[in-house]
Design a protein around this ligand. Structure first.
Ligand code: IDP
Length: 141
């Protein structure tokens, strides 16, 4: 298995619940390393551009409104199989369908406010990491 990088976001609902540390600890306990991190307040343009692939979907306005409703914590996770491993730790998009013990099962309320984002492919990871971080802001160890 290859060492990969993936983009992870602790969304406004989870920041508001004060569980940033608990969520990041799950990544670390699973063997992923946080190699870049920052807290940011997204504006409509930044959030809309991030989710551009969903622009035509009916939930897009609600998604942008939610993602701009409070600060988020954005991080780059690095490790063996990081993209799939992070998706596994997150659980299904709809927390009602997320497996027990996953981040979304434990911390998310609804499909709209579902605690975390994680890149879904190598191509997405590359685009999403560059969307938030310059190369010199990523500190591999
Ligand atoms: P993912 O976050 O699990 O990768 P995506 O399909 O990429 O899921 O959707 C991005 C985000 O858009 C989801 O995390 C969720 O917050 C929101 N979303 C996706 N599908 C729906 C829906 O059917 N209704 C409302 N929100 C949705």
């Amino acid at each position: 298995m290859a060492v990969e990088r993936t983009l992870s976001i602790v969304k406004p609902d989870a920041v508001g619940k004060n569980v940033i540390g608990e969520i990041l600890a799950r990544f670390e306990k699973a063997g992923l390393q946080i190699v870049a991190a920052k807290m940011v307040k997204l504006d409509e343009e930044k959030a809309g551009g991030f989710y551009a692939e969903h622009k035509e979907r009916p939930f897009f306005p609600a998604l942008v409104s939610f993602m701009t409703s409070g600060p988020v914590v954005v991080q780059v996770l690095e490790g063996e199989n990081a993209i799939a491993l992070n998706r596994e730790l997150m659980g299904a998009t709809n927390p009602q369908q997320a497996a027990a013990g996953t981040i979304r099962a434990d911390f998310a309320e609804s499909i709209d406010a579902n605690a975390v984002h994680g890149s879904d492919s190598a191509a997405s990871a590359e685009r999403e990491i560059a969307y938030f971080f310059a190369a010199d802001e990523i500190c591999s160890r």
